[in-house]
Design a protein around this ligand. Sequence first.
Ligand code: TYD
Ligand code: MG
Length: 445
Amino acid sequence: MSKKKQNYFVCSECGYESTKWFAKCPSCNEWNTAVEFTADIFDNKVKSTPSEILFLTDNIKEPKKINTGFKELNEILYGGFVEGAIYLLAGEPGIGKSTFLTQISSNVSQKNFVIYVSGEESAEQVFQRFKRLNVKSDKNKIGLVFENSLEKIVALLENLEEKPDFLIIDSIQTIKSDNFSSYAGSVLQVKEVTRYLSEYCKKRGITLIIVGHVTKGGIIAGPKILEHMVDAVLQFELEKTSGLRMMRILKNRYGPTDEILMFEMTQKGLKPISEYTHYFLKDYKNASGNVLTIVKEGSKLIPIEIQALVSKPVYGNPRRVTSGAPLDRLLMIIAVLSKRLRLPIESKDIFLSTSGGFKISDTSSDLAIAYALLSSLFDITTNESIVVLGEIGLDGNIRNIRDLEKRIDFAKKLGVENIVIPTSKIAATNTLKISNLSSLVKKFF
Ligand code: TYD
Ligand code: MG
């Protein structure tokens, strides 16, 4: 087999590859991100064995599921970690990834052999964490490796008498292949190390868990491309009001995505939380500009406080600042209030936040945002707390939202007796049905 050299370029932001140089990346639109690499190209005259064909009548073996030790996580992953699958555990430094994987190692090592590779902490730090979390591994079912070289890790795996069932890499940004000159953590290294380990583990039925650090902006450091290379992405985020660690399932080949699990960081590591409501409402006060709504994340209903402050602009151009709520949604709601109700809101400074900066992604809290804006604009509040639910159309009409009845029941369980909802056929007590924004204004302001 002959080989020749080929130069190619990789975008350092998103990992886009091209044989031609580019000034602006066609994939992520960033400028000056092309980094040059050289790869060996093999000619194609090699004789290979033909691939296999399967028929629907053939018996396919179901892959083994491994109990994670966390009931809720097992449910989302449809029974547990899938043997031979590749998982990415992402999150900002300090959020609890290593803690979580120490607990996972402990849980799965009851029946499995785990190799835990730490590329960023000293043996003392890692041993201390295992001790602190009270992990006992009498039968040497957890092997700890302190290494940054991919080739050395692979050589070690090859030399083991017993094949490991789990390989944990903490973190992918610290592992480097000697085949490439670029530094550990670069897009190319992260991509190549992940590609190599994925192939290696898939072939041998080893379940691979890769830790990936996330930058403050929420992007998995360097390569978003990692997400494409793994079977499931579990991302830890800190919810600031409650201090809870939210685990979002961003990708899942074996079950539902957009699910969310909540953990509390304790002296004994991460503890799953099933009763989470009071964590989100502990700072809530019924004051002007404040209102409650209920958002849905995966299968969970979460009570969220929305706060708005509408004030006279200090500088010439009015400012719009949001935390948690999407800015484009706020701009749309301001435009509708201004155009449909002729309210003097467009000239004002507007600040909008959710409790703890909780990211809301659905449109079911539109009406609550409008309510909070109006409540601050007119400086009027209700005597008792209310929950507001509904989406706003560009015409100012209020649209229905999914799972309205479940959200109403949830609000009642919180003890809130006044619930504003879109006009619908639902017969529920203590609800006020609103069909458009002007009826909201007439009713409350
Ligand atoms: P860590 O798991 O090291 O975070 P990451 O790997 O994501 O960088 O731990 C984060 C923090 O958690 C650290 O400041 C110490 C704290 N911690 C606890 O509060 N309880 C514990 O049982 C452990 C092990 C850590
Ligand atoms: Mg860590």
